[in-house]
Design a protein around this ligand. Structure first.
Ligand code: F6R
Length: 242
């Protein structure tokens, strides 16, 4: 694992955007695994700027998002579909047909999960996976558990996650309690992984992820077994690492 220490959120985000851009310059038809949440927002902003000003080309890029809330349609402002279009896809030259996000309103959950995994496999697997980390050590919505879930699956969100994500909703009751999430095996099969962490609230989870035992109770700890992970942290999240 490479750990890159940065001084603040901005520097973390610019560094991450450069890695994504480097990937796309080397392989324009890369398959990117994407995250939502607060963490990657400024990275997306920088990638949009690079698309506009530096000619960073997304026309052949394929994307798969990590997760989606169950019960939220595409037009719901809290859906990850809405987040991705609003914060990224609407502003770059990506093809709509190359964008993949699990459905928040699946007719059949098992079929949706299987379809998602099949599509990832047909696309040749993920070249570069972007990850944030939950305060409880989750990646995607793989919550602390007694085992690692391998493939795309339905998750019941932890109370901690619901509380942490309530900041985006009017009330905590509005936060969906279920989500679809890419599984750990799919994430671990990505050729490269970029984990971003900022803010004091992530410090403990990050410490356990990097230096604790490998356990499904800290899902991100599995990343210790991946051969190409870059962790980019800013000062507050890195508090326990030095
Ligand atoms: C979101 C996702 C989650 C977030 C994590 C951190 O697609 O996969 O694992 O990365 O919950 O969220 P923020 O960045 O909002 O702190």
């Amino acid at each position: 694992m490479r750990i890159v220490f940065t001084k603040d959120y901005e520097e973390m985000s610019l560094h991450a955007a450069k890695i994504v851009a480097g990937q796309l310059y080397l392989k324009p038809n890369s398959v990117l695994g994407l995250a939502t949440g607060s963490t990657p927002l400024a990275m997306y902003r920088e990638l949009i700027r690079m698309n506009r000003e530096n000619g960073l080309d997304f026309s052949e890029t394929v994307t798969f998002n990590l997760d989606e809330y169950i019960g939220l349609g595409q037009e719901d402002e809290n859906s990850y579909y809405y987040y991705m279009y609003h914060n990224f896809f609407n502003h770059i030259n990506i093809r709509q047909s190359n964008i993949h996000i699990p459905s928040g309103l699946p007719e059949n959950v098992e079929e949706e999960c299987q379809k998602y995994d099949d599509l990832i496999a047909q696309s040749g697997g993920i070249d570069l996976q972007i990850l944030g980390i939950g305060q409880n050590g989750h990646i995607g919505f793989n919550e602390p558990d007694i085992k690692f879930e391998a493939t795309t699956h339905m998750v019941k969100l932890d109370d901690d996650t619901i509380k942490a994500n309530a900041r985006f909703f009017a009330t905590v009751e509005e936060v969906p309690i279920h989500a679809l999430s890419m599984g750990i095996k799919t994430i671990m099969h990505a050729r490269k992984i970029l984990l971003l962490a900022n803010g004091a609230a992530k410090a403990e989870a990050l410490f356990r992820t990097l230096y604790g035992g490998i356990t499904p109770e800290t899902p991100a700890s599995i990343l210790q077994l991946h051969q190409d992970v870059t962790v980019i942290v800013e000062e507050e999240a890195a508090r326990l690492l030095r």
